[in-house]
Structures are given as structure tokens and as C-alpha cells.
Design a protein around this ligand. Structure first.
Ligand SMILES: [Zn+2]
Length: 325
């Protein structure tokens, strides 16, 4: 629920290593050219690419070491990119990546060919990549070109599911296909990939804290405000205490993380309840996309948030907490 993120001057500056983004570009181009042709992918070519990725990861690793840095000092973009490259250093992941990319590329080809396309209309050019992202998938339409980004964690998903995703982006909104995709994103096949691509998630502490148990809080808030109808998300305390960030809902993995600083006897129950309520509203309301921008704290959201019984008290406690801690 970050209202404002406070800057923290004691945190050392993040470092960019150009070789990382360069390596990502090279690998993405190679993968795209593999899957663009209708002929089956040649195993020896995959083997060569696999070795190349491993080699560039080794080089980057040495650069990080030689600069006296650790992964934690990389910018978020570089850190995610480096994780992605490491992810593809697992043979099975690379194989799945190629198979899934081929599947979606072919599906896009089918959907933009006659009779699907309107007669006389130009065939749109579609480019697709799988990459580390917090979106499940995303399509950008610009001047007859469609750029599709699919979360890397979907690699190895059933071809029909991936085909449905491409359909959603190129054709029509289909609630059934959408529900199937969201459901898949909760399964271990997806979440395990997601966790290897994003380190932060794996640092979440179990829901049973020293003072509060998040499962109790979830059940109380769910019963009081949602008629107990919200299916339980994954729950965890953040690994670090934060002065400004009290909770977070990660849609992709259906996880609510609560700031560990709130797991203390001097924190009133209604404050932890409020944070839980806020994050459950995110789970219930979801994300609205407007003009290509992601909106979570919409008017609908803010109105619902005010239904919390101790709304004013909770807000003023939080404001005070930010200023005094
Ligand atoms: Zn929020």
C-alpha cells in the first residue's frame, strides 16, 4: 500500500553493467530468429545458443566480481536481466522457452492470416518475447505493429493455454481463456519459475509472526468485510522492516506481504487489519489499464477503502508511524 516511498540516503547507489542488457538483447534476437521460421528448431543450434548464454553469464559474473560488487548492488533492471540469463542457463528452461515461443509465434501467424484477418487489410507485424516482467502478459499496439511481452514464468505452459493468451491479445476478450490463464499463474509450475526469476519473493517470512499471525488477520478481515468469500492468498511477513511500505499484493503469485515492522505489540490490531483490508481490496478489484497505464488506486478502490471501520484512525496511526520511526 505504499502511499509515498521515502528516499533512503543511506542505501548505496545502484550500479548498471551495460554487458547485461546487451547480452539480453543478443539472446532475445537469437531466440526470435529461431522461432520465426516454420521449420522445427535444430538441436545443435539450441546447444550452441545454450553454451553462448552460459559463457556470457560467466563473463558478467566476472565483471561483477572484478568491480567488487554483489548482485544486490545492481539496478533492478540489471538484476532482473541477470536473473533471466541465469534462468536460461538451466537446459530445461531454455528448451521450454524455445518450445513456448515457437507455439505462440505460430498461433500469432495463424490469427493474423486469412480468413481471420479482414480482406484487404494489411497483415499486422507481431513480435513476441518471453521475459522477466511483473505483468502476466502485455500487448502494445502501434501503427499496425503489435509487440507482445509474456511473463517468462509461462514457459512450458500447455500450448492451448498459450494460444488462448495470444488470442486474447490479438483478437478478443474471452473470460474463460482469461480465467484459465489466471488459474495457471497460481499453480506451482508458474510460481516456481516466477520465484527463480524474482529473488524478492523468496525472502518472505512465514505468516506466523512473533506477535500477529497473518492467517488470523486474513480470516478476521475476510469474514468482516468480504463475507468470507475471498479465497486465501499466500501470506508472509516482509524480510525487512520498512518505514514507508506497509503491505504489498503481488497479483502474479497471489501473495500478500505485510511489513514486518507491524508485527509488534505496540501496533494496534486495527492497523494490521487495515493493511490486510487494503491488500485484499487489491486482490478483489485488480488492475485497471487506462491509456496504457496501470492503475490500482482507482476511485472505486479508494471508496471501498473508506468502508474500513477504523479508516481514519488507521491512516493517522500510519502517518504518525512514518514520521516518528
Ligand atoms: Zn495499494
Amino acid at each position: 500500500m505504499p502511499h509515498k516511498a521515502l528516499s533512503n540516503s543511506s542505501v548505496p547507489q545502484k550500479i548498471k553493467i551495460p554487458a547485461i542488457q546487451h547480452a539480453v538483447k543478443v539472446v532475445q534476437t537469437r531466440l526470435a530468429s529461431f522461432c520465426a521460421s516454420q521449420t522445427p528448431v535444430d538441436d545443435t543450434h539450441v546447444e550452441i545458443l545454450f553454451k553462448e548464454i552460459k559463457l556470457s553469464v560467466e563473463k558478467i559474473k566476472r565483471q561483477i566480481h572484478d568491480k567488487g560488487l554483489t548482485r544486490e548492488r545492481l539496478t533492478t533492471g540489471d538484476s532482473n536481466a541477470y536473473r533471466w540469463l541465469n534462468f536460461l542457463c538451466i537446459r530445461e528452461n531454455l528448451t521450454n522457452h524455445i518450445a513456448s515461443l515457437s507455439a505462440v509465434t505460430q498461433q500469432a501467424f495463424v490469427l493474423t492470416s486469412p480468413p481471420h484477418s479482414l480482406p484487404g487489410s494489411r497483415r499486422p507485424s507481431v513480435s513476441i518475447r518471453f521475459y522477466s516482467t511483473t505483468y502476466l502478459y502485455k500487448a502494445t499496439h502501434r501503427q499496425g505493429q503489435v509487440k507482445i511481452l509474456i511473463n517468462e514464468a509461462f514457459i512450458g505452459a500447455p500450448a492451448a493455454l498459450l494460444a488462448g493468451m495470444v488470442y486474447l491479445m490479438l483478437k478478443d476478450r474471452d473470460p474463460k481463456k482469461l480465467a484459465a490463464i489466471r488459474n495457471y499463474a497460481r499453480q506451482p509450475a508458474f510460481t516456481q519459475n516466477y520465484e527463480s526469476l524474482y529473488s524478492r519473493r523468496s525472502h518472505i517470512k512465514p505468516p506466523g509472526g512473533g506477535h500477529y499471525h497473518l492467517l488470523d488477520i486474513f480470516e478476521r478481515v475476510n469474514n468482516q468485510y468480504f463475507d468470507g468469500k475471498i479465497p486465501p492468498p499466500r501470506l508472509g511477513w516482509s524480510s525487512r522492516r520498512s518505514r514507508s511500505k506497509f503491505g504489498h499484493y503481488q497479483m502474479e503469485t497471489d501473495t500478500i506481504v505485510v511489513n514486518r515492522a507491524l508485527d509488534a505489540p505496540h501496533i494496534p490490531e486495527y492497523v494490521v487489519d487495515f493493511v490486510m483490508y487494503h491488500e485484499l481490496l487489491h486482490k478483489q478489484i485488480g488492475v485497471k489499464h487506462q491509456n496504457g497505464r496501470r492503475q490500482v488506486h482507482t476511485i472505486v478502490f479508494r471508496t471501498a477503502e473508506k468502508q474500513f471501520k477504523f479508516y481514519k484512525e488507521a491512516l493517522s496511526f500510519i502517518e504518525n508511524f512514518i514520521q516518528t520511526s
